[in-house]
Design a protein around this ligand. Structure first.
Ligand SMILES: CC(C)(COP(=O)(O)OP(=O)(O)OC[C@H]1O[C@@H](n2cnc3c(N)ncnc32)[C@H](O)[C@@H]1OP(=O)(O)O)[C@@H](O)C(=O)NCCC(=O)NCCS
Length: 185
């Protein structure tokens, strides 16, 4: 893989940038049970060490280009750019041109359209810059806000699976969503 500069994606009210170890404190404070219970790949309770390890692994994942995780910044009214969440493309497969999408937003910033805008920016980057053809997302059956985010971005449900979920310690049903590059044409 040739060296790539980390992309900076700018939307009308959010920016997506590389994660920094300076984000670890906020990631740790945001990662409450309401968020963790909807994710498959975070430990809970979540510690500062978990956040620092995640940020460091996001940098090595970018270097090998297995995954790209962005910090989400919100352009709030007073021109500050607070860190509000994370969005990532994982399992990037440039040969078969696919990847899967995951994201979370700090609870105090919910219902402002931030996840919808972040998903839109990442899908657009994945199709136009990475030339992927398929983007997947797995969402728990009861996670209505996230289902809404995926559907608002033109993703369609293509399957359902029941698998072990470590945060809740039980088997849970997830829906598999997909969008094809050709769907955007
Ligand atoms: C899911 C999540 C990312 C959404 O982030 P967000 O920035 O609040 O999302 P948006 O504001 O862009 O969109 C949320 C949509 O869900 C809708 N919504 C909120 N609560 C809802 C509910 N209980 N039932 C149905 N829709 C709901 C909102 O009205 C909005 O839709 P609208 O724009 O049509 O009004 C956020 O709640 C979160 O981080 N949850 C925990 C982690 C998670 O679930 N990650 C995704 C894993 S697949």
């Amino acid at each position: 893989m040739a060296y790539r500069d980390f992309p900076k994606l700018n939307g009308s009210f959010i920016n997506l940038r590389e994660l920094s170890v300076n984000d670890a404190k906020l990631i740790t404070s945001f990662m409450n049970y309401k968020i963790a219970k909807n994710l498959y790949d975070v430990p809970y309770p979540y510690t500062m060490k978990n956040a620092v390890d995640f940020i460091r692994s996001s940098h090595s994942d970018f270097n090998s280009f297995n995954a790209i995780h962005f910090a989400i910044e919100y352009k709030s009214v007073n021109d500050s750019l607070p860190f509000v969440g994370v969005i990532g493309l994982k399992g990037i497969d440039l040969v078969n041109r696919k990847a899967s999408l995951g994201y979370w937003i700090g609870e105090e910033y919910w219902d402002k359209g931030i996840a919808t805008a972040a998903v839109q920016l990442v899908i657009s980057y994945a199709f136009s810059e990475l030339e992927l053809e398929e983007i997947y997302a797995y969402v728990l059956l009861e996670n209505k806000p996230s289902i809404r985010v995926l559907e608002k971005n033109g993703m369609n449900q293509i399957g359902e699976i029941n698998e072990y979920h470590s945060v809740s310690g039980m088997y849970r049903t997830s829906l598999k969503y997909m969008i094809r590059g050709s769907d955007k044409n």
